[in-house]
Design a protein around this ligand. Structure first.
Ligand SMILES: [Ca+2]
Length: 236
């Protein structure tokens, strides 16, 4: 059956079965765990969650841990890496970190995963819009930082020493329902040119860097960015 016919039948099935248009467009229906973000001609989908160690291990088991521009996709020599390679060469998430965000990920490692998954890295503009919504809010949830809404350094109420399982803070959702846009791990984005930026801050950084319009990169001496805070999510 041609693809366009499949898609038509798929939509017919959904519309006919009484799902609302919102259900069709968001979350798990068309692209699992992605959210549709309406922005006219430049609408897009974005992962609801940061990519987890469990998901990244699957990718490594398929393609191995490659190196690009002198850096491995994931730095497994770091004591903070939450994925390990067994003697048989199988990659697995360490202990109970399966649902925590992947860390120690290089920009190429993030880009390669998204392409493997049939997706791509979000642009900075897509990331920011997904975080702040149509009313240009400072944090995903509003104007001021609120304890317990994100995994940010210095806030004991987040409940975790380092990363937290993705989606731990539902009250910190962006207007579109994206979780952990502020904090937990920094997220790689795509730009034309040599310098690639990270957004959203992390468990190592204070609340200011967790604001939607802030960005940083690994060359920024003031950002305290280390490999154990570097993760990502994908768009398409
Ligand atoms: Ca994040």
């Amino acid at each position: 059956m041609p693809n366009y016919l499949r898609i038509f039948l798929f939509y017919s099935l959904i519309v006919g079965s009484g799902f609302s248009q919102e259900t069709v467009k968001s979350d798990t229906v068309i692209f699992p765990r992605m959210i549709f973000i309406e922005r006219g001609d430049s609408s897009y989908y974005m992962d609801k969650y940061e990519v987890t160690n469990g998901e990244y291990a699957q990718f490594l088991n398929d393609l191995g841990n490659q190196e690009e521009e002198g850096a491995p996709w994931i730095e497994l020599r770091s004591r903070f890496a939450l994925i390990e390679e067994s003697e048989s060469g199988k990659f697995v998430a360490i202990d109970s970190f399966d649902t925590h965000p992947a860390v120690e990920i290089s920009w190429h490692g993030a880009k390669a995963y998204c392409e493997w998954a049939g997706k791509r890295l979000p642009t900075q503009s897509e990331w920011r819009f997904g975080c702040q919504g149509r009313d240009s809010r400072k944090y995903p949830w509003g104007k001021k930082f609120i304890e317990g809404y994100a995994n940010i350094y210095g806030h004991k109420h987040d409940g975790y020493v380092r990363t937290a399982p993705v989606g731990t803070y539902p009250l910190g959702a962006s207007p579109f329902g994206l979780l952990d846009m502020s904090g937990n791990v920094w997220e790689w984005t795509y730009s034309e040119g040599d310098l690639q930026f990270l957004r959203g801050g992390s468990w190592v950084n204070g609340a200011t860097l967790g604001q939607c319009d802030k960005r940083s990169n690994t060359k920024d001496a003031h950002s305290y960015i280390k490999g154990n805070t570097l993760g990502f999510r994908c768009a398409r």
